[in-house]
Design a protein around this ligand. Sequence first.
Ligand code: SF4
Ligand code: SF4
Length: 156
Amino acid sequence: MVFNCRQCGTCCMYMGDYIEIEHQISEFEFECSSVSTGTPFLARVDADKREIFRDKTWSEEHSTPCRFLRPDGNLIRCTIHETSPPQCKYYRCVVMRVYDPAGTLLGMVTGNLSLHSDNLELRQCWQEAERKISHLDADAEVRFCRMLESKGYRVE
Ligand code: SF4
Ligand code: SF4
């Protein structure tokens, strides 16, 4: 399923301790490390985000977000998208939204294929599918989706 990041910034709001700036090389270049994986990376502010990166007002007012996060109109954007670590680039907060036939949203599935729902019936249906589908299967996402649709749920 195609994931469209809405650039809301929510997933980066508590990443300040996880993306560490170790050394500033120039105005827009930094030696960094991704704390969770211990991986060093060179961060370069994207050419089209340098203006918003320069304005540190929001960043100074908020202590928890990643240091590369900046507001941009209605969006909150990563200013180093081109050089950000792979786990950032490929992060998908929601890969499926699950609705009942009437169109009521019942739950959401995150990129690691975890269901978040208060609906007992849907949760049981998901657990039943988890007994048959391994999260590691290359086609797991498609199979979970098909299984939900076969039970009458609408998936987007
Ligand atoms: S991955 Fe999700 S939470 Fe993170 S910025 Fe995109 S839409 Fe927002
Ligand atoms: S590098 Fe970008 S995507 Fe990763 S946590 Fe920081 S702002 Fe978010």
